[in-house]
Design a protein around this ligand. Structure first.
Ligand SMILES: *[C@@H]1O[C@H](CO)[C@@H](O)[C@H](O)[C@H]1NC(C)=O
Ligand SMILES: *[C@@H]1O[C@H](CO)[C@@H](O)[C@H](O)[C@H]1NC(C)=O
Ligand SMILES: *[C@@H]1O[C@H](CO)[C@@H](O)[C@H](O)[C@H]1NC(C)=O
Ligand SMILES: *[C@@H]1O[C@H](CO)[C@@H](O)[C@H](O)[C@H]1NC(C)=O
Ligand SMILES: *[C@@H]1O[C@H](CO)[C@@H](O)[C@H](O)[C@H]1NC(C)=O
Length: 260
């Protein structure tokens, strides 16, 4: 009996060591639950603020108990208005507080409004603003994760129909911002384009917030694209896998390009 318990007792004796904050404590971040703060426009935002994004589906259904977050997505937001309007400051303040008890991640996804001619944000400024967001997150000991822009569900009149890739420039600048700041990123733009091409317009439009809104997601769309975001994160980052609650059925449908 004693010999069977021996290895177990040895492992127990290591626990205080692990918890004591070794210099390389970031390697043990899986011991802390995760807190996700989502920065973005309406394609991240919750429906209750007139958004229709992936954020709520991600927060509600992909995290293990103990881990959670807050959706700061703001309808109409650009990288400029998100800061000027105070959302960014509030997010950073909360992130600083949460780092005590959580590993804090900040996702950063913009582009849909920045790209409008009337936004007052040109491509240089879009890029500079993203880079500033990434640096400010790192500076407070949280982990920035750039997310390339969720695709709109507009298709060409070809056979078969193909997604109109109208966010490719923003996608590339977001990847560059991640590289410039040595931050993480996931390519939601390409992944959502691929998925919408695979399922076709009829299935993709079932996720529309209303029949003629090809940008925003309804509740089911939020769950599906929230899961896609999670799958992309888990594939690349083991620490996020450790705080994630999987759904094999939904992940397989997305991976295989089946309407979910
Ligand atoms: C997520 O949970 C919030 C808070 O309970 C709720 O308001 C929202 O409708 C939920 N959204 C989804 C997509 O599940
Ligand atoms: C962190 O957790 C401890 C223990 O549960 C709690 O007392 C403290 O208030 C928490 N700190 C913050 C900033 O939430
Ligand atoms: C964007 O605007 C700034 C400030 O007016 C200017 O310096 C910069 O050259 C512009 N960039 C582009 C790509 O137009
Ligand atoms: C984006 O980057 C990819 C890969 O580097 C490149 O092939 C593509 O032409 C770029 N697209 C735009 C619109 O800049
Ligand atoms: C997993 O996804 C499937 C397919 O979308 C759904 O029917 C099921 O309710 C989900 N399971 C859980 C535990 O969320």
């Amino acid at each position: 009996m004693v010999s069977i318990l021996q290895p177990f007792i040895f492992l127990l004796s290591l626990l205080p060591l692990l918890a004591s904050g070794l210099p390389s404590s970031r390697h043990f971040s899986a011991l802390k639950p995760a807190y996700f703060l989502l920065a973005g426009d309406s394609t991240t935002a919750t429906q209750s603020t007139n958004g229709g994004g992936w954020g709520d589906g991600f927060l509600n259904f992909t995290l293990k108990p103990g881990s959670s977050g807050r959706n700061y997505g703001h309808n109409g937001a650009t990288t400029k208005s998100f800061r000027d309007g105070g959302d960014w400051g509030r997010l950073i303040t909360e992130a600083e507080t949460k780092t005590t008890n959580y590993t804090v991640y900040v996702t950063i996804q913009f582009g849909h409004n920045d790209q409008k001619a009337t936004s007052g944000v040109n491509l240089t400024q879009y890029s500079d603003n993203l880079i500033a967001f990434g640096r400010e997150v790192s500076a407070i000991g949280a982990i920035p994760i750039f997310v390339t822009s969720l695709t709109r569900r507009k298709y060409t009149n070809t056979t078969p129909p193909a997604i109109v890739q109208d966010l490719a420039v923003q996608r590339n600048l977001t990847v560059s911002a991640a590289q410039t700041t040595h931050s993480r990123y996931i390519d939601l733009n390409i992944a959502s384009v691929d998925y919408c091409n695979a399922i076709g317009p009829e299935a993709a439009w079932k996720y529309n917030l209303n029949p003629t809104d090809y940008t925003h997601l309804d509740t089911r769309g939020s769950v599906v694209f929230g899961r896609l975001v999670s799958d992309l994160l888990v594939r690349r980052f083991g620490d996020i896998g450790a705080v994630t609650r999987g759904n094999g059925t939904l992940s397989r449908e997305i991976r295989e390009g089946v309407a979910a």
